[in-house]
Design a protein around this ligand. Structure first.
Ligand SMILES: [Zn+2]
Length: 52
């Protein structure tokens, strides 16, 4: 249960390049930028409305 709550509170992002969806905690950070495995740094937030 604790793990589910943790994921629910975490921002989910979609890579604008390869369109892979990831929770922010699962995205690599390089040079202070979220970095997808495809090399893109551009992510679109998916669940902002759920968070707020
Ligand atoms: Zn990507």
């Amino acid at each position: 249960m604790g793990k589910v709550v943790e994921l629910f509170n975490c921002l989910k992002l979609r890579c604008s390049n390869c369109e892979k969806e990831k929770y922010e905690i699962h995205i690599d950070i390089k040079n202070d930028l979220y970095t997808c495995e495809c090399g893109s740094h551009t992510f679109i937030p998916l669940n902002l409305e759920e968070v707020y």
